[in-house]
Design a binder for this molecule. Structure first.
Ligand code: MCU
Length: 413
């Protein structure tokens, strides 16, 4: 086995401003849209360099802006979240379009949603399975079908994500309703297109909240495996998601590209960036340019969790399937946890890796943790149990998280 590589630094490129912000020499004054709701208020955000910046072989420092300045406050964290979101969209996920015009109608347990923009429109519907009683209830949006047990008092909204963006194999590129609306050449990969779909479901729940019996302010999202990657990205790109529950998402979800490569260099057979872009259309075609040298990326997947923070996040992984990258997900989410630590929000972060079960079959060993997260953050029960979780049933003696995270964790004011 080899130790974590030493970071290499190359000078970063010229700092020009991103197109979506207004510039001044001093930086960019925005009220950060705060993908993760990390801060708030008005803050002068540093401008985002147009280039990739320094190559780094360890996990990128989430607390340093691409331009080099440090994140020391929660308001700056909100700026950094906006930067991280733009970088993810540019190099890996593809662009999340702005909100289209949305209309919605309820018929029984079916919620029909129409999204229109640029003279085109698409419609899709989701099924709402509600507990008995009048509500309003919190709800969990399940990609495909829920493969976690949903507790009493919580509705399930079944989202046919494949209808929005197909994920058959490489030939699915540009297929599905998202691409009907935005064009088959749109940069978004399927994960981004599905997150867009989740946002439209929440738009529709806001429009119908007087009659739906669902509280749009208490929405969770889940999915397993490929759909777990999807649930994670939805939580990252949609700040109205109150609880993000990715299950066995593995590479492209809870795993880090750099750690997957490290595992493979140490004799494992783990899904990595090069393989993943050939297998399916989850990512933007723009990502193809970086899969042979992931050290160029100005982020890794611990920073997908940065976008979710400080909103609650509970990640379930299964170490029995080597392909998922058990050390990668454990290490990557260990780095993710440091971001919640910096925010003083460790009780909103859970990572739990427990084996002894099939892929996407929820083990009872995780029930107390899952119920604590759903109880506390969707049902409003403060005494639902402990939600500060970082757990594996494995032992990784040759893995040292600190060598992979050679940055200081600030206490953000
Ligand atoms: C863990 O998610 C994926 C994985 O990325 C793929 O390589 C594999 O083919 O399928 C997994 C999955 O979605 O299983 C249902």
């Amino acid at each position: 086995t080899t130790a974590a590589p030493t970071p290499t630094t190359t000078p970063s490129g010229p700092t020009t401003l991103s197109t979506s912000t207004t510039s001044s020499a001093a930086g960019t004054t925005t009220s950060p849209t705060s993908p993760g709701g990390g801060g708030g208020g008005s803050e002068t955000c540093p401008s985002i360099p147009s280039g990739l910046g320094s190559s780094v072989s360890t996990l990128n420092d989430p607390f340093t802006f691409a331009g080099g300045s440090k994140v020391t406050t929660k308001a700056q964290w909100a700026c950094r979240q906006e930067e991280i979101s733009q970088l993810f969209q540019k190099y890996e996920l593809g662009t999340l379009p702005p909100k289209p015009t949305v209309s919605a109608s309820l018929s029984g347990n079916s919620l029909s949603i129409t999204a229109s923009t640029g003279g085109k429109s698409v419609s899709f519907s989701v099924t709402i399975n509600k507990p008995s009683g009048s509500g309003p209830f919190p709800a969990i949006i399940a990609y495909g079908a829920a493969s976690i047990p949903i507790p009493a008092g919580v509705a399930t909204i079944v989202f046919n994500n494949d209808d929005i963006a197909t994920q058959q194999d490489g030939s699915s590129r540009g297929k599905g309703k998202f691409y009907t609306l935005y064009g088959s050449g749109h940069s978004a990969g399927a994960l981004t297109a599905w997150a867009w779909g989740v946002s439209r479901i929440i738009d529709a729940l806001e429009l119908t909240k007087a009659t739906s019996g669902i509280d749009p302010a208490r929405i969770g999202v889940t999915g397993c495996s490929r759909n777990g990657k999807g649930a994670f990205v939805a939580g990252a790109l949609e700040p109205r998601i109150a609880l993000t529950l990715p299950q066995e998402s593995g590479a492209g979800g809870a795993g880090c590209w750099r750690l997957e490569n490290w595992q493979n260099a140490n004799g494992y057979k783990v899904q990595d960036a090069q393989e993943i872009v050939g297998e399916n259309v989850w990512f933007s075609p723009n990502f193809n340019s970086y899969v042979n040298n992931v050290n160029q990326l100005p982020f890794d997947h611990h920073m997908l969790a940065a976008l979710v923070s400080p909103r609650p996040l509970y990640i379930m992984e299964n170490p029995d399937f080597e392909w998922l990258g058990k050390i990668s997900t454990y290490g990557c989410m260990g780095a993710a946890r440091k971001q919640y630590q910096a925010l003083g929000q460790l009780d909103k972060f859970g990572f739990s890796q427990v084996g002894g079960h099939n892929h996407c079959s929820f083990p009872s060993a995780q029930s107390a943790e899952l119920n604590a997260f759903i109880g506390k953050f969707l049902l409003g029960n403060a005494n639902a149990g402990t939600t500060s979780v970082y757990r594996t049933d494995q032992s990784y003696s040759n893995f040292n998280l600190d060598t992979w995270t050679p940055w200081t964790v600030p206490s953000l004011a």
